[in-house]
Design a protein around this ligand. Structure first.
Ligand code: APR
Length: 250
């Protein structure tokens, strides 16, 4: 890895346009559990179908709301790690040269100081209404959130509409604007660093294939083998908090 990391660092220095494509492994060293890590993965304790779908929310709104409240509280307690900081520092030193495309909803890239982060799966700390307001257009001023109580999502006092986390659930469309810009960045970049993702979820994972197909150098940074290793010219086996400062550092 020593030689590879030095070579990858040379690729970074030579690249004019870079993309960091990150997944849950980017935040693992901040203490945020990944989704599919066998021992601590969130999905090891909960089944995605049970929680991260609209049907699950409509069937068990309190359980899903509480799970996201627990994740919000967990993420609010942690700090960005050296990997997030290395990315933000690089962006500060080289304005406009590195685009962050993340599958993470924890907001840690943004808290580390990264700008212009394309958050493909939304943001854990934002909510939106589950349904359009049925009273809208009848002179009503639109839904007004009632207070959140444990075990139940806030509901509109007028029409009963529920607030839901503004994250992309399984089977839902990704935010169009963020995805379009991520596709452009993937097609235009010279180098894509694929950090801490198992590459199992689409369409996000497709961005790595698109970058490779467009002629970019692809470097995977992961502490274990991943489905995207076969798309990369180089796979660096190690943690993002250790390797990213070496690849992106001044
Ligand atoms: N450094 C680098 N990589 C790491 C580290 C670390 N310290 N710790 C774990 N990893 C790697 C794991 O080896 C794994 O390949 O991070 C990856 C995490 O994979 P997942 O848990 O599947 O997370 P991710 O790929 O981001 O999942 C994608 O699936 O559940 C949905 O919407 C959710 O955005 C998520 C999407």
């Amino acid at each position: 890895t020593e030689i590879d990391a030095a070579e990858a660092r040379a690729w970074v220095r030579a690249a004019q346009r870079l993309v960091v494509f990150s997944g849950a492994g980017m935040s693992a060293e901040s203490g945020v559990p990944t989704f599919r890590g066998a021992q601590t993965g969130l999905w090891a304790r909960f089944r995605p179908e049970e929680l991260a779908t609209e049907d699950a929310f409509r069937a068990h709104p309190g359980r899903v709301w509480d799970w996201y409240s627990e994740r919000r509280a967990q993420v609010a307690r942690v700090e960005p790690n050296a990997g997030h900081r290395a990315v933000a520092e690089f962006q500060r030193r080289h304005p406009g040269r590195l685009t962050v495309v993340t599958q993470n909803v924890d907001g840690l890239h943004q808290r580390a100081g990264s700008t212009d982060v394309l958050a493909l799966h939304g943001n854990l700390f934002e909510n939106r209404w589950l349904d359009p307001c049925p009273l809208a257009g009848r002179g009503a001023s639109g839904c007004a959130a009632a207070r959140a109580e444990p075990g139940r999502p806030p509901r509109c006092a007028q029409c009963g509409n529920a607030l839901r986390p503004a994250v992309v659930w399984f089977g839902e469309m990704l935010p169009e604007h963020a995805l379009a810009r991520a596709e452009q960045a993937a097609a235009a970049c010279d180098l894509m660093l694929v950090v801490g993702t198992s590459g199992q979820v689409w369409p996000a994972a497709g961005l790595v294939h698109a970058a490779r197909a467009a002629g970019a150098q692809v470097v995977v940074v992961n502490s274990a083998p991943s489905e995207l290793d076969s798309v990369a010219q180089m796979v660096l086996c190690g943690t993002s908090a250790r390797l990213l400062p070496r690849l992106l550092g001044a």
